[in-house]
Each structure stands twice: as structure tokens, then as C-alpha cells.
Design a protein around this ligand. Structure first.
Ligand code: GLC
Ligand code: CA
Length: 528
């Protein structure tokens, strides 16, 4: 195990810092709050934390609009708080991964202020400026996320600037060498402070078509789809010239000891996603693979997804699996609380590096947010696109605000928060939290579960079954994705025993040629 880089056998835990732990009663989580919970992270058994942006920001997109890449927003604390947190994590053997947001800055970033001050500004070309279309209006038809033209007119200088997201998030011009140099200095600033890696925000967006051609219409668009799907982003994203830039980022990281990790946030189909490993693996170590979040939750489609992904991976590339993040509905809400446990067992027994979203270890669900409590700008402009429900605070205990804050939480907690809180679940041996912890512990003990080969296992009965094998040790995983009980038959005598089940009371049970699975039950079997 020690010959493999740490991030191949690691479990990554995503923290949305606004919602993890507040320490000063303002209702918003902070870095000192994460520090207070470091013991919990060690108890849970995660290997690395990725913390969403905490840099100075007007918070138009809650930190994904950065006004200073090398500071800490006072809302979250100070650089000293950051150093204390990094030190405390490292002392417990937990790595720290930052969120790097290179595609766009805040419109309040001094670079943009300077760029928009005049057409002759030395920083003008740090952003993407175009004249109006000859026929008037925006330079081309590119769309922003969540809605509207990707071009905003700047009255003072009479040109449009490009923004892939909100108009308050102008896109940097990554074709400009000074932008690259400045951003690589940002990486060095944090690497020098000891960070172990970066999750790079919207990595596939950095480079746009040099000729600014219109995007073609999406022939599959249906009226009920979100507006940004109207066009195919053929020219506005995923350009080949992004790969050398990622290789340059890797070069910066490679200059530091200890395998600093580069993760890419990339929402693309499998065959395009794997291009981000780069030629000869010079790209991202881990392009995030989000496909488990939309796969049809039945054995056959999931098996097909795993096989297609494994087959698409370039030689030597390491897989990534994700079940949830701060932009998507919570897995417990998508699949329900019973199947959620099976999903966790799947995530922790697949080949590759799993990323776990804070609260998913509790089975935290989306919290319904009333219109007047909505905070996410995406939800305010496009109804239904709001990401507040999956960003609510961590319920630590049974007290009124779940121990998250002594003030008023920035988003309400769910009504069920006492019952699913960390304190309550810690005391219940059959809880989702203790199941997650047991899965993490088993995965850490058994390299076959993290590093081992993955192979599908043909079974009788509609279950998802596969094996994980390394160094002569092998585990068999059998998952019932259905609420109805299932009898699953094997074509030979497994001669094994249940090592772990999503349901209490089965550990040690002998298995030979068949197993009766309860509804929503998953088991890990160890040959004996
Ligand atoms: C990424 C982030 C998301 C943010 C967007 C724009 O997708 O995960 O939260 O709104 O980038 O920065
Ligand atoms: Ca606070």
C-alpha cells in the first residue's frame, strides 16, 4: 500500500465551511469551527478534507467569486486560523485540499477593477473582452449558468466581458501568460503553507474557442430542461488547449514533495471526462467522476457504468467516485434513507478514490427551503435550481440548532435534525454514521477494497455483485438495490462469511452458494 501515492487509497471528505461549525454565533461556519471538529474527522476515519472556498469574497456565489486568492474572508477567520487548522489536521494524519477557482474572479477583484478601468489598462487582457456583434448585441450566443447570455456590457468602456456563471463572476483569460503566472503563484502560496492539493473549480471551462464561434442548438433540449441546456457548449468550453494548462498546474505541484493532488471538477460525458487525465497522465490526478449521481439506480445500468468507466480510463489512470456535493441533491433524498446505506457501501467498495460530502455519513437529507429563506443566487434567478437544500448545517447534537451555532443558522436545519445528529447516531451501533465509519475502517484495513482489482460477479437474482482482489485477498460485495428481499445465488461455493452488512446482526454468518438479502441490504463477504 505504501508504494501507492496516498490519494489512491484515501477517502476524501468535502466540507462546505459555511455549514460545518460556527464558533462566533454569527450563524455561519468558520475555520475555527472546522478546527473544533478535527477530532470528529479523525474518529470518522477520513484521510483528507477538501474545504470549499474561504477566500475574501462578496459572496455573490458564496465564495466561488474570489476577490483575493491569497487571503481568508473575515467571515471564516484569519490566515492564523488557517495555519492552526492545517497543523491540527496534519497532526492527525489528515491531508488538506483547497478549492482553487481559476475560471473566474469576483467583479470586485482588484484585477477586474483595473481591467475594466480602461481599454488600455495593462490588465485589460486578463479578462475576455469583445466588441458588440456587428448586428448589435452580445458578441455571440454563448449562455451562462444558470441563465442568460454569457456576455455583460460594460458601459464605461463600451465592450462586453465574458462570464460563464454570474455577471459578478467575470472569466479570466487563460490564453494570457501573465494570468497563468499569477495563478500559478497562487498555487505556490498555498503549497508553501503546506496544503496537500487542490480541487479545481469548473476545470473544463478555462479555455474558450479562439474564434468565438456560436454554440449550436441542442437537438435534445426539452422545454422542461433548465435554460443553460438550450445550446451545446461546443465552443464555449472543453477546448483541447486546456490540457497543456492543466499540465502546467501539475508541474507546479510536482515541484513540491509528497504527491500534491490535483482534482478537477468536470461535468462531461465519460469519453470526454477521461481526456482530463491528460496525455501520458500529465493532467489531473483525479477528474471527478459524477456519474453515480445520475445513473439509473438498478444493477444493470450501474454495472454498465462501472465497466464503461473502467474501460475508458487511460492506462495507469486512477478512478474517482462521487455520490454527492454542494451543487447536487443529497443522496439520501435521491435514493431514500434505506437505499442510502447501500449506496455508501457501494461508494466505499469501488476501485478508486471516493469523495464523501459532509453530512452524507449521517444520511442527511435535502432540507426544504421556503422562498423567503432561499440564499443561493442560482435558485433566486431560476426556480428549482437552488442549491440551499443540500447546503444546510451539520447537525451535531439534539439542541435547538444542532450544536452548529449559538446564533441564527444561515439556513434552517431540517426538522429531523435531533434524531440524525452525530451525538445520537454515535450511540446507536446500527446507525448510518456507524456503518459509514465501519466501512471506512474496513477499507483502510483491507487494501483490496481500495486498491484491488474490480470484477463483476455473475449471480442469479437481480443484485449488484462484484469482487475486489489484491495480493491474494478477496472480498465479495452483494448489494440489493431494491426494497423487496432477494435470494441471490452464486455459481460456486463461496465458502465465506459476512464481514459487514448494512443491517445489524449478520456479521459472521456463513455463506456458501446463496444468500437471502433483505430489502435494501448490502453485504461484504470474506472468503474463509
Ligand atoms: C462550481 C462550484 C459551484 C459554483 C460554480 C461557479 O460548479 O461547485 O458551486 O457555483 O462552480 O464557480
Ligand atoms: Ca461564524
Amino acid at each position: 500500500m505504501s508504494e501507492r501515492p496516498w490519494w489512491q487509497h484515501a477517502v476524501i471528505y468535502e466540507i462546505y465551511p459555511r455549514s460545518f461549525q460556527d464558533t462566533n454565533g454569527d450563524g455561519v461556519g468558520d475555520l475555527s469551527g472546522i478546527l473544533e471538529r478535527v477530532d470528529y474527522l479523525a474518529w470518522l476515519g477520513v484521510d483528507a478534507v477538501w474545504i470549499c472556498p474561504f477566500y475574501p469574497s462578496p459572496m455573490a456565489d458564496f465564495g466561488y467569486d474570489v476577490a483575493d486568492y491569497v487571503g481568508i474572508d473575515p467571515l471564516f477567520g484569519t490566515l492564523d486560523d488557517f495555519d492552526r487548522l492545517a497543523e491540527a489536521l496534519h497532526r492527525r494524519g489528515i491531508r488538506i485540499i483547497l478549492d482553487f477557482v481559476p475560471n473566474h474572479t469576483s467583479d470586485k477583484h482588484p484585477w477586474f477593477a483595473e481591467a475594466r478601468s480602461s481599454r488600455d489598462s495593462p490588465k485589460r487582457d486578463w479578462y475576455i473582452w469583445r466588441d458588440a456583434h456587428p448586428g448589435g448585441g452580445a458578441p455571440n450566443n454563448w449562455q451562462s449558468f444558470p441563465v442568460g447570455s454569457a456576455w455583460e456590457f460594460d458601459e464605461a468602456t463600451g465592450q462586453y466581458y465574458c462570464h460563464s456563471f454570474l455577471a459578478t463572476q467575470p472569466d479570466l483569460n487563460w490564453r494570457n501568460q501573465s494570468v497563468r503566472a499569477a495563478m500559478y503563484d497562487v498555487l505556490r502560496f498555498w503549497l508553501d503553507r503546506g496544503v496537500d492539493g487542490f480541487r479545481v473549480d469548473v476545470l473544463w471551462h478555462l479555455i474558450k474557442d479562439a474564434q468565438f464561434r456560436d454554440d449550436p442548438p441542442n437537438p435534445h433540449f426539452r422545454d422542461k430542461d433548465p435554460p443553460h441546456l438550450r445550446l451545446l457548449p461546443l465552443h464555449s468550453a472543453d477546448q483541447p488547449e486546456v490540457l497543456p494548462i492543466i499540465a502546467e498546474m501539475r508541474q507546479v505541484l510536482n515541484g513540491y514533495p509528497g504527491e500534491r493532488l490535483l482534482i478537477g471538477e468536470i461535468y462531461l460525458p465519460l469519453e470526454r471526462l477521461v481526456a482530463y487525465y491528460g496525455p501520458n497522465l500529465t493532467g489531473a490526478h483525479l477528474p471527478f467522476n459524477f456519474n453515480l449521481m445520475w445513473v439509473d439506480w438498478r444493477p444493470a445500468p450501474i454495472l454498465r457504468l462501472i465497466r464503461d468507466y473502467e474501460a475508458a480510463l487511460p492506462l495507469g489512470a486512477w478512478p474517482s467516485w462521487v455520490l454527492g456535493n454542494h451543487d447536487q441533491r443529497r443522496v439520501a433524498s435521491r435514493l431514500g434513507p434505506a437505499q442510502d446505506r447501500v449506496a455508501m457501501m457501494l461508494l466505499m467498495t469501488l476501485r478508486g478514490t471516493p469523495t464523501l460530502y459532509y453530512g452524507d455519513e449521517l444520511g442527511l437529507k435535502d432540507v426544504p427551503i421556503q422562498q423567503h429563506e432561499m440564499r443561493d443566487p442560482f435558485g433566486l434567478v431560476v426556480p428549482g435550481q437552488g442549491r440551499d437544500p443540500e447546503r444546510t448545517s451539520m447537525p451535531w447534537d439534539e439542541s435547538q440548532n444542532g450544536g452548529f451555532t449559538t446564533g441564527r443558522p444561515w439556513l434552517p436545519l431540517g426538522k429531523d435534525h435531533p434524531a440524525i445528529s452525530v451525538d445520537v447516531q454515535k450511540r446507536d451501533p446500527g446507525s448510518m454514521l456507524n456503518l459509514t465509519r465501519a466501512l471506512l475502517a474496513l477499507r483502510r484495513r483491507e487494501p483490496s477494497l481500495s486498491l484491488g482489482d474490480w470484477e463483476p460477479l455473475a449471480v442469479e437474482g437481480d443484485a449488484l455483485a462484484y469482487t475486489r482482489t489484491a495480493g491474494g485477498r478477496r472480498f465479495i460485495i452483494v448489494l440489493n438495490l431494491d426494497t423487496a428481499p432477494k435470494a441471490v445465488g452464486f455459481d460456486r461455493d463461496l465458502a465465506g462469511a459476512i464481514e459487514l452488512s448494512t443491517h445489524p446482526g449478520r456479521v459472521g454468518e456463513r455463506i456458501s452458494t446463496r444468500i437471502e438479502l433483505r430489502g435494501d441490504e448490502g453485504v461484504i463477504i470474506k472468503p474463509t
